[in-house]
Design a protein around this ligand. Structure first.
Ligand SMILES: Nc1ncnc2c1ncn2[C@@H]1O[C@H](COS(=O)(=O)NC(=O)[C@@H](N)CS)[C@@H](O)[C@H]1O
Ligand SMILES: [Zn+2]
Length: 409
């Protein structure tokens, strides 16, 4: 699937810093890639993509901007970034929305994916090298299910194929949740713990056999369509391989999705871990509730753009919040962000300013410390409000704000 236009990324002089991120699995900061990475000069990341409807709300945007910071910091440190992102362009919620709105599910997916591309382009998010839809990967996913079957991890319930979670000794290592929490979240997030005939209520659907009126594809597994989690195991394994550096997504994916995707890949390969670090964006809400399609309380990037809001102000509004702290979207954030943008643009228009190299290092220090974006913004604020006679500073700071924060001044 076609991704989107890559923004230009200036090279910023001065020493880069190594990135540490909070890893959900080990509940601590980890350096990614590890200092003596076996991967040489490459850094590999998989970020779960959208299910293409109601795109792109500010929760989606927060997630993709967060992992764009990781991408930018790795490039700043000289890594060759291998970035893969999927698109869940066939799944129950998409089919339900298409039926509810009386449109062909393929048309809904196509228009929402295009909207997402436009939004990502306007927010200057660097596109993944591999932007992979499930529909174009049916054989890849079916082969992964076949691999799981050969590993003895698959059984059938009335023709639907399930993953036996007990086949992965590492199951539970991603989330660290207790069983009750797992059962509750599994039921809330698309699982079917109470289905008759399952060996373990937590076993997850790998392949849904064809039902009348539902899309289905021929495969060695029979006619049907993929379950949700295995798609991300299969796509990450094909385009990144095992033990890539970062598996990213929102915190609502910790369980079951990232747990199951990791387990599936671990059983297919017999290796672990699937990812070195599992990194999660906290939830963005509106008026006291999580922003989500099911609630319909969405603030869309495209709506703000069409209303004439500068996408760089939207990006700054997102960066005002730490990625690991749940927050609520406020229109006042946008006003504050626009004001900050005006101050910064004014400051780089001056002939000189305070020492540029130390301001840039302060931005690098904040961002590489678990993406302390608010700290990075404060460092630029301090530079913009200061006085000085460093004539190279305005250009240098503008380059760093563009390359590291993704904000074009
Ligand atoms: N309110 C929110 N705040 C922060 N992130 C969110 C929010 N809602 C969704 N996300 C994140 O946005 C990304 C896309 O969400 S999604 O459209 O529902 N799609 C999916 O979760 C699957 N297609 C992943 S394979 C996911 O990483 C999800 O965790
Ligand atoms: Zn995923």
């Amino acid at each position: 699937m076609q991704a989107w236009t890559k923004p230009d990324i200036p090279v910023v002089p001065g020493p880069a810093r190594r990135l540490r991120l909070y890893d959900t699995a080990s509940r601590g900061l980890v350096e990614v890639p590890p200092p003596v990475s076996t991967g040489g000069g490459t850094a590999r990341m998989y970020v779960c993509g959208i299910t293409p409807y109601d795109a792109t709300h500010m929760g989606h945007a927060a997630t993709y901007v967060t992992f764009d910071l990781v991408n930018r910091l790795w490039r700043d440190a000289g890594y060759d970034v291998h970035y893969t992102q999927n698109i869940t362009d066939v799944d129950d919620p998409l089919l339900e929305r298409a039926t509810a709105t009386g449109v062909e599910w393929t048309d809904l997916a196509a228009q929402e994916i295009q909207l997402f591309r436009d939004d990502m382009t306007s927010l200057r998010v660097i596109p993944p090298q591999h932007y992979i839809g499930v529909v174009e990967s049916i054989d890849l996913v079916a082969n992964a299910v076949e691999d799981l079957r050969r590993a003895g991890a698959v059984y059938s319930v009335d023709g639907d194929l399930y993953f036996a979670v007990k086949s992965d000794p590492e199951f539970g290592a991603v989330s660290g949740f207790d069983r009750d929490t797992m059962l509750e979240l599994f039921a809330e997030r698309g699982g079917d713990p109470d289905r008759e005939g399952k060996r373990d209520p937590l076993d997850s659907l790998l392949w849904r056999h064809e039902r009348p009126g539902e899309p289905a594809w021929d495969s060695e597994l029979g006619r049907g369509r993929p379950g949700w989690h295995v798609e991300c195991s299969a796509i990450a394994l094909k385009y990144l391989g095992m033990t890539f550096d970062v598996q990213g997504g929102g915190s609502d994916l910790i369980f079951p999705h990232h747990e199951m995707s990791a387990s599936g890949a671990q059983v297919v390969t017999g290796e672990h871990p699937f990812a070195r670090a599992y990194v999660h964006q906290a939830m963005v809400g509106l008026d006291g509730e999580k922003m989500s399609k099911s609630k319909g309380n969405l603030v869309l990037v495209s709506k703000e753009r069409l209303a004439g809001v500068d996408p760089m102000a939207i990006r700054l509004a997102l960066l005002m919040h730490h990625y690991r702290t749940d927050w609520f979207w406020m229109d006042s954030d946008l006003t504050d962000a626009q004001a900050r943008l005006d101050v910064w643009r004014g400051a780089i228009g001056r002939g000189s300013g305070p020492d540029g190299a130390s301001a840039v290092d302060a931005v690098r220090a904040a961002l590489t410390n678990d993406l302390d974006s608010a700290g990075a913004l404060a460092a630029v604020d301090a530079w913009a409000e200061g006085e000085g006679d460093d004539h190279e500073a305005p250009a240098l700071v503008a380059q760093a704000v563009d390359a590291l924060l993704g904000v074009k001044l």
